[in-house]
Write a protein that binds this ligand. Structure first.
Ligand code: PHE
Length: 364
């Protein structure tokens, strides 16, 4: 049948359908992908318009003169419409991006969360400042320590019952040398006494802030890790009066002049005589009884809170580091900044410091 259809009629039919379909489909193309598919189908190198152009060749010269301009006309019209559709789509995308990027300068600002120093850090710095103003230097030492510095040099030999005063966390390590040295997490900052005296000659005036560790259960007054600030002064003619004067001055700086301070005899193997230094309890005001009639939980109903141990450096410690105890005397003290912060700020449980509760930490 087709062979009987004149080429002229066949061409006209095809021309119309290409024209109609192209317009209709272009109107339906709503995104870049369908627009591009449309372009390939109609305007592409093998698209329906180049096919039409090829078919012009089957017509007579006269017919070609009639149809040729029409085909070209349709082609450029479709090209223009395609360009317009593409433009519209691009403008739409740009408008959408602008709308979503819009910055509303009238919105209120977002608050920035400010960081702050941990209350114990603040307390340690305050304590250090009190002593540096009296001429002490600040030194730091290792948290993993040799048994020798933590105990032996401090007049606490291996078999001495006083070792029970510090429940120790030992490091799982075997010395390959015959010395059989042992490592531990320091149970106090006192090991720095030996380290400093081994290296330096008197006069010595240092304080040592740092972390210490104890193998013990926690409660309102005990943590298994906490801070200490150690003090050491060695010179000729240092007396117990120098120790008292220094610690009174310190107490005035930290707690104010109206705080009561108490010195009592105490035992530490590395001092002689040894004392414990206490401040009156801030919860029960030194009475040992809380307002509800119960015994005070913070001071265990004693009315006093021990804030440090202290004393005159023991002659055996001087001998162990090669100082002549006839020539030099000195004092040492060790305190817990957490406990001092509890006194200052009325905190009733030491565990607050390391619970990482921002409601607590934000108050300092
Ligand atoms: N190191 C002792 C402790 O941790 C405290 C102390 C230091 C006591 C210096 C006397 C002198 O308990």
């Amino acid at each position: 049948m087709t062979s009987q259809l004149s080429p002229d009629i066949a061409f006209m039919t095809r021309f119309r359908s290409v024209n109609d379909n192209a317009e209709a489909e272009l109107n339906r193309a709503r995104d870049t992908a369908s627009l591009e598919a449309w372009r390939i189908k109609y305007l592409g190198r093998r698209g329906q318009l180049s096919e039409l152009t090829q078919q012009l060749g089957k017509l007579t010269l006269d017919q070609r003169r009639d149809w040729g301009p029409l085909v070209n006309n349709v082609k450029s019209t479709l090209e223009a419409k395609f360009a317009a559709a593409q433009n519209a789509l691009e403008r739409q995308a740009a408008d959408a991006k602008l709308a979503s990027d819009q910055l509303d300068v009238t919105l209120p600002g977002r608050p920035v969360t400010l960081g702050r120093l941990h209350p114990v850090t603040q307390m340690v710095r305050e304590i250090c400042a009190a002593f540096t103003s009296m001429g002490f230097d600040v030194v730091e030492g290792p948290e993993v320590e040799w048994e020798r510095y933590n105990f032996d040099l401090l007049n606490i030999p291996r078999d001495h019952p006083a070792r029970d005063m510090w429940d120790t966390l030992w490091i799982d390590w075997t010395d390959p040398t015959p010395e059989g040295r042992r490592m531990l997490l320091r149970t106090h900052t006192s090991p720095m006494q030996g380290r400093i005296m081994e290296k330096a000659k008197p006069p010595i005036r240092v304080i040592v802030p740092g972390k210490v560790f104890r193998h013990e259960a926690t409660d309102a007054r005990h943590e298994w890790h906490f801070y200490q600030v150690e003090g050491l002064a060695v010179d000729k003619d240092i007396t117990f009066a120098d120790l008292k004067g220094t610690l009174y001055e310190f107490a005035r700086r930290i707690f104010g002049a109206d705080r009561r301070i108490r010195f009592r005899c105490d035992y530490f193997p590395f001092v002689e005589p040894g004392v414990d230094v206490s401040v009156d309890c801030f919860i029960c005001k030194g009475t040992g009884v809380m307002s509800n009639g119960h015994g005070c939980r913070v001071c265990s109903a004693t009315g006093w809170l021990e804030i440090m141990g202290a004393g005159m450096v023991h002659p055996n410690v001087f001998k162990a580091v090669g100082y002549d105890p006839e020539e030099y005397t000195g004092f040492a003290f060790g305190m817990g900044p957490e406990r001092i912060a509890m006194l200052k700020y009325g905190i009733d449980d030491i565990r607050h410091f390391y619970a990482n509760d921002v409601r607590f930490l934000r108050q300092f």
